[in-house]
Design a protein around this ligand. Structure first.
Ligand code: ADP
Ligand code: MG
Length: 685
C-alpha cells in the first residue's frame, strides 16, 4: 500500500476501519496548529509575568536537549523532565506519573508542545503539555513544514500522529480524481474530491482553523455528502426493492374488527388508533410492511403490537414478538394471555432457558400452526424453530435485531411483515441508519390517568432524603426500585464509586425488616428469574438492580425509583428508567443521586418529553455512544455525522430519490458498491 506500512501499522489501521488509501485520507486531522502562533521560547520570557500569564496555553517548537526521570520526594510520583531549546531559549517541561514517556521521548527529538505556562522555581515551565514528535534533531527553523497550518492526527495504537501525517502526505499526490458521481444539486459549489482532500490535509495559509476543526468548510461538505449520499442511495434502493416484493395480504372484515375490539381492555388513545390504522394499511397493501413504532416510555406500544399480531393471528397466520430478555418475554406472554382471555391457548412462549422437553413441545406447537401468537427471545430464530405460517415479526425495544438477521430469515424462505418498536425516540435519519429502510409511526400521547412523577437530583451528601422517601412509600404499601450502575473493577479507586454490594449493605442497614431482591448481570438466568418474580409478585418490596434492562418490568405498585451514580447513565436511559414508576394509581418519585454532571442531569428534572431528551442525549454523546457504538450496526462514516449533518442528509435523501427514479449510471453503481462496503452498510438486495 504505502511505503513503511508493515503488518503492525496495517493492523492498527484495520482496527480503525482504515483499509485503503481513501480511508486513510478520509480520516481527517483533529487539530490544525497555526504556526503563525508558535511562539519563540526566548519571547516567552519577555512576556509580562503577572497573574494573567499563569496557565496561559502556548505552543512552542523545540529540540529536546536533556531528559531525566526522577521521583518526587514527598509523594514518590514518577517525574519526567525535559529541556527543550529552539535557538532563542530553553523551556522546562514536566510530566507527572507518565513513566511511558521514557520510551517515547528521546534527546534530539524535535517536538511541538502545547500546554499551560507557569512560574516554577527555576523560571518558566510547562506542566503536562501535549506534544507531537515532529522528527529528529535539526534546526527548528528548517522544519519540513513550510505551511502555516500544521495538521495533527490522532494516534492509533503504534501509529503515531506523525507517521500518519507522513503517510497522508505521501498518499495525496498519488490518488486520482474519481469521476463525478454526486448529482448536480449536491455537488454545486463544492470542490471536487481531490481538492477537498488537499484543502483538509494541506490547508492554505488563508484557511480558518476553527472552521476546519468544526467541519464547517465546503471541503468537508463534499466528503460528507459523498458518504451520506451513498448511504441515502442505498436505503432508497432497498426501499424500491421492498416495494416490488409481494407481501402477504391480511384479509380484513367487519367480523375481524369486532373480534379485535373485544380483546381491548380500554379505549385506544388517539395516537394508538392512528398508528394501528397505519399498520392495517400496510398489512393490507400487498407490500411488505417495514415499520418503526416509536413512542415514549409508557405510551402503550405493547397494545398496538398486540393488535397488529391479532390481525395476522386471527386470520390464519402466525405472529411472533421478539423481546430482549426472558423476564420481559414472560411478562409480555402474561399480558397477552390476559388480553386473549379464552383464546389464551393460542399463545406460545419460547425461551432459550426452557427444559428440553418443554422446548420441544413449544416448537411443535409453532411448527404445526397451533400456536398463533408467539412470544420469545432470540431462541425464536434458531435453526431448529420452524414456523408454519409466519406473517409478522414484532421486535421489542432495546433489541438489536438488524438487517443481517432479517436476511437470514429471508434465506429460510420467510419474508414476513416487520414492526420494530423503539422506546428511545430517535430522528428518522438515525432510524434509517440503524434499521435500514422503514416507515414510521409515532405514539406521541400517553394513556389517560397517568400519575405525575416528581423528579429530583440529589447530592450524595444529601441522599438521606432519598431513603426517607423510599421509607414513606414502603410504609404505604408501595414498592421501590433502586438502580446501581454496573461497575467495572478497573474503575474502582479512580473516583469514589459505590458498587452494588455497598448499596445492598446500605439498603439492608436502612430497611432491616424489608424483603429485598437483588439482581445483576452475573446471575444465572434461573436465579434472576426467581428474584424478579418475587418483586413482580410483590413479595420483595425493593428491587436493587444493575442490569438496567431487567428494570423493564411493569410493576404498577412501584412508586419510587432511586438511581445511584446517575452520571453514569445516558439521559435517554434515565428517562426509560423513570418510565417504570408512575404506572399505578399513586403519584410517584424518581430520584437521581449524583455528585457530578448535574447540569446534564438537570434536563430530566426539567422535561418529561422523551423526544426532547433523546435529542439532547444525541447531541451530547453523538450517535455512536448513544447506541453503544459498533454493535449497533451504524454506518461507519469517517467525515459525516448523522446528528451534526442532519440537514445535509435530508438533501442527500431527496437527491437519492431522484437518482433512483432516473436510474443509476454505471459509475454511480460501482461507486455505491464500493462505498457500501467501506461504510459497512447493508448490501442492496
Ligand atoms: P410502552 O410503550 O412503554 O411499552 P406499555 O405498552 O407497557 O408501554 O403500556 C404502558 C401501560 O399503559 C400498560 O400498563 C398498559 O396496560 C397501559 N395502556 C396502554 N394503552 C392504554 C390505553 N389506551 N388506555 C389506558 N391504559 C393503557
Ligand atoms: Mg414496552
Amino acid at each position: 500500500m504505502l511505503r513503511g506500512v508493515g503488518p503492525a501499522y496495517e493492523a492498527a489501521f484495520g482496527e480503525n476501519g482504515i483499509e485503503t488509501v481513501r480511508d486513510l485520507l478520509l480520516n481527517l486531522p483533529y487539530r490544525y496548529v497555526d504556526r503563525g502562533s508558535v511562539l519563540k521560547i526566548g519571547e516567552l520570557d519577555r512576556r509580562p509575568i503577572h497573574a494573567d500569564i499563569e496557565r496561559e496555553i502556548v505552543t512552542v517548537l523545540g529540540v529536546i536537549k536533556d531528559l531525566r526521570q526522577t521521583t518526587t520526594r514527598v509523594q514518590r510520583m514518577a517525574l519526567m523532565e525535559a529541556l527543550i531549546d529552539d535557538g532563542t531559549g530553553s523551556l522546562r517541561l514536566i510530566w507527572f506519573n507518565q513513566a511511558y514517556l521514557a520510551r517515547v521521548l528521546k534527546p534530539g527529538d524535535r517536538v511541538l508542545v502545547f500546554g499551560p505556562l507557569s512560574m516554577g522555581r527555576h523560571g518558566l515551565e510547562m506542566r503536562g503539555p501535549a506534544f507531537e514528535i515532529m522528527g529528529r534533531g535539526g534546526d527548528v527553523s528548517e522544519d519540513l513544514w513550510v505551511r502555516r497550518f500544521l495538521p495533527l492526527y490522532r494516534k492509533m495504537g503504534p501509529l503515531t500522529g506523525r507517521v500518519r501525517q507522513r503517510l497522508v502526505q505521501e498518499a495525496l499526490p498519488r490518488i486520482h480524481v474519481p469521476e463525478e458521481w454526486l448529482p448536480m444539486e449536491l455537488s454545486r459549489g463544492l470542490p471536487d474530491t481531490l481538492s477537498a482532500l488537499r484543502l483538509l490535509h494541506q490547508p492554505t495559509d488563508e484557511s480558518d482553523p476553527g472552521e476546519l476543526e468544526s467541519h464547517a468548510t465546503p471541503a468537508h461538505q463534499r466528503l460528507a455528502s459523498e458518504e451520506l449520499f451513498a448511504f441515502a442511495l442505498g436505503v432508497t434502493l432497498r426501499r424500491a426493492g421492498r416495494m416490488k416484493r409481494r407481501g402477504m395480504v391480511v384479509p380484513t372484515s367487519p367480523e375481524l374488527r369486532e373480534r379485535l375490539k373485544a380483546f381491548l381492555p380500554f379505549r385506544l388513545t388517539g395516537a394508538q388508533r392512528t398508528a394501528f390504522k397505519e399498520i392495517v394499511d400496510d398489512l393490507t397493501s400487498g407490500r411488505v410492511m417495514h415499520r418503526l413504532l416509536q413512542g415514549d416510555v409508557g405510551s402503550g406500544k405493547t397494545l398496538v403490537a398486540f393488535l397488529a399480531m391479532a390481525m395476522v393471528a386471527e386470520t390464519g397466520g402466525q405472529a411472533a414478538l421478539l423481546v430482549p430478555t426472558e423476564v420481559l418475554a414472560r411478562q409480555h406472554a402474561a399480558t397477552f394471555e390476559r388480553l386473549l382471555g379464552e383464546e389464551a391457548p393460542r399463545m406460545q412462549l419460547l425461551l432459550g432457558a426452557m427444559k428440553a422437553a418443554e422446548k420441544r413441545a413449544a416448537q411443535e406447537r409453532i411448527a404445526s400452526g397451533e400456536a398463533r401468537y408467539i412470544v420469545g427471545t432470540h431462541a425464536l430464530f434458531q435453526e431448529s424453530v420452524a414456523f408454519s405460517k409466519l406473517e409478522l415479526v414484532v421486535v421489542d425495544e432495546q433489541h438489536r435485531f438488524g438487517v443481517k438477521q432479517r436476511e437470514a430469515l429471508k434465506g429460510k424462505g420467510l419474508d414476513p411483515h416487520w414492526l420494530v418498536m423503539s422506546a428511545t425516540p430517535i430522528p428518522r435519519s438515525l432510524a434509517l441508519a440503524i434499521f435500514g429502510d422503514l416507515e414510521q409511526s409515532v405514539l406521541d400521547e400517553l394513556p389517560p390517568g397517568r400519575q405525575p412523577i416528581t423528579t429530583r437530583l440529589m447530592d450524595p451528601d444529601g441522599a438521606e432524603r432519598a431513603w426517607d422517601l423510599v421509607e414513606r412509600e414502603l410504609d404505604t404499601g408501595h414498592q421501590a426500585f433502586v438502580v446501581s450502575p454496573a461497575i467495572d473493577p478497573t474503575d474502582e479507586g479512580k473516583v469514589q464509586l459505590r458498587d452494588i454490594q455497598a448499596m445492598e449493605g446500605l439498603i439492608r442497614g436502612r430497611f432491616p425488616e424489608t424483603p429485598i431482591a437483588v439482581v445483576h448481570g452475573r446471575l444465572k438466568s434461573e436465579e434472576l428469574e426467581t428474584r424478579m418474580e418475587a418483586f413482580v409478585k410483590g413479595e420483595a418490596k425493593i428491587l436493587l438492580a444493575t442490569t438496567v434492562i431487567e428494570v423493564g418490568v411493569d410493576v404498577p405498585n412501584a412508586t419510587v425509583m432511586v438511581v445511584d451514580h446517575a452520571e453514569r447513565f445516558g439521559l435517554s436511559q434515565l428517562h426509560q428508567l423513570r418510565g417504570r414508576v408512575g404506572r399505578g394509581k399513586a403519584p410517584s418519585h424518581f430520584v437521581m443521586i449524583s455528585g457530578s454532571e448535574t447540569e446534564r442531569l438537570q434536563a430530566l428534572v426539567e422535561t418529561h418529553d422523551g423526544f426532547r431528551i433523546a435529542q439532547r442525549d444525541l447531541e451530547l454523546r453523538g450517535p455512536g455512544e448513544f447506541f453503544g457504538t459498533r454493535q449497533s450496526g451504524l454506518p461507519q462514516f469517517q467525515v459525516a455525522d448523522l446528528v451534526r449533518d442532519r440537514q445535509l442528509l435530508a438533501k442527500c435523501r431527496e437527491a437519492a430519490e431522484k437518482v433512483a427514479q432516473r436510474g443509476l449510471s454505471e459509475a454511480q453503481m460501482a461507486w455505491l458498491k464500493q462505498e457500501q462496503a467501506r461504510l459497512k452498510l447493508a448490501e442492496i438486495s
